[in-house]
Design a protein around this ligand. Structure first.
Ligand SMILES: Cc1cc2nc3c(=O)[nH]c(=O)nc-3n(C[C@H](O)[C@H](O)[C@H](O)COP(=O)(O)O)c2cc1C
Length: 231
């Protein structure tokens, strides 16, 4: 496939020091059109900020494709900046991080990005009936109050539908502990709903579920950010 990078249709800021610190890279979604995921170091307080946290250890990753599809659909409605935190990229330093006062700079920066978000899009592949261990470990290292009151969309991918309720009995209680206002509609897609690393059916049930979660998030976001261009 030809490499063609397209920014979101709104402001794109890119910071190379952050790119280095958290191993950021441009992303090519293998479906439809390509988007560039961006990170910003100087957080712009006036912009709505969406931060994606992907708990997959793989690259490429269906989970990441799903989360970025959600971000791609909602960002223009909020004229938001999007940052993606990819656990797969943090994994080399995250696994050995245990001391709260001596976290690797990349983890500290990822925490700072998360804490600056207006909207969180959080997800993981199902690993043994739950989120990935490193997704949990990343959150274990985070002071819970830093995410208090944020709006969150939950998503997961799994090998089959058998664990579709994982969002309700694993993810939602964890994120409630962080006092995140998660939208009622979680988005769970199984591997059969992907064609490789693209959504198989852009108009199917999974896609409609994404749109429902977005609609709910727009209602939960505080005015005036949610005033958005909701339509
Ligand atoms: C270690 C491991 C454990 C898994 N456990 C489950 C599971 O319990 N239930 C399930 O439905 N899928 C399970 N899967 C399948 C993945 O959740 C699924 O393939 C997912 O789409 C992978 O997402 P990714 O491409 O983002 O890594 C497991 C995969 C791995 C690698």
């Amino acid at each position: 496939m030809a490499a063609r990078y397209m920014p979101f249709p709104h402001d794109v800021q890119r910071n190379h020091s952050l790119d280095r610190s958290v191993g950021r890279r441009s992303l090519r979604l293998p479906h439809q059109k390509n988007i560039r995921c961006m990170s910003i170091a100087a957080i712009n307080a006036n912009k709505t900020r969406i931060v994606v946290l992907s708990g997959s250890l793989n690259n490429p990753s269906r989970t990441r494709v799903l989360l970025e599809t959600i971000a791609q659909r909602i960002a223009p409605k909020l004229r938001a900046e999007v940052t993606v935190i990819d656990i797969a990229e943090l994994a080399p330093v995250l696994g050995s991080a245990v001391a709260f006062d001596r976290l690797p700079p990349a983890v500290v920066e990822a925490q700072r990005q998360l804490a600056s978000a207006d909207l969180l899009i959080l997800g993981s592949p199902v690993y043994k009936a739950s989120y990935s261990g490193l997704f949990k470990h990343f959150l274990d290292l985070l002071e819970p109050s830093r995410l208090r009151g944020k709006v969150g969309i939950l998503a997961a991918t799994g090998g089959s539908d058998r664990h579709a309720l994982v969002l309700e009995h694993q993810f939602r209680p964890l994120l409630s502990f962080f006092e995140i206002n998660t939208v009622p509609a979680g988005v769970y897609l199984c591997d059969a709903e992907f064609d490789g690393y693209r959504l198989r059916d852009e108009a199917g049930a999974g896609s409609r579920r994404i749109d429902l979660a977005i609609e709910q998030a727009l209602k939960l976001l505080p005015v005036p950010k949610a005033l958005a261009l909701a339509a």
